[in-house]
Design a protein around this ligand. Structure first.
Ligand SMILES: [Zn+2]
Ligand SMILES: [Zn+2]
Length: 69
C-alpha cells in the first residue's frame, strides 16, 4: 500500500510504501530536510499523521476494540 506523505513545511510529496517500511515515528523530508514527527490526536506514525493512507496497523483500530489493560 502506497501512502503519499506531504511535508507540512514545504508541501513536498513523497511516496512511501507502508508495507515495506516499518512504522515511522519520524521522517525526514527529502526536499527541505526537516524532520516530520507523528502528531495529532492519535500519534501513531508519520503515515497516520501526514500520509494519504494510514499504516496497516491502524486498520485494526476499526470497529470495536475491547482490550483490557
Ligand atoms: Zn519539506
Ligand atoms: Zn500509523
Amino acid at each position: 500500500m502506497r501512502s503519499i506523505i506531504q511535508c507540512p513545511h514545504c508541501g513536498f510529496k513523497a511516496v512511501e510504501d507502508t508495507l515495506a517500511t516499518e512504522l515511522l515515528a519520524d521522517y525526514r523530508c527529502l526536499a527541505c530536510a526537516k524532520l516530520l514527527q507523528a502528531a495529532g490526536a492519535d500519534p501513531c506514525c508519520i503515515f497516520c499523521s501526514f500520509g494519504t493512507v494510514p499504516c496497516v496497523q491502524s486498520k485494526n483500530k476499526g470497529g470495536k476494540v475491547s482490550r483490557r489493560g
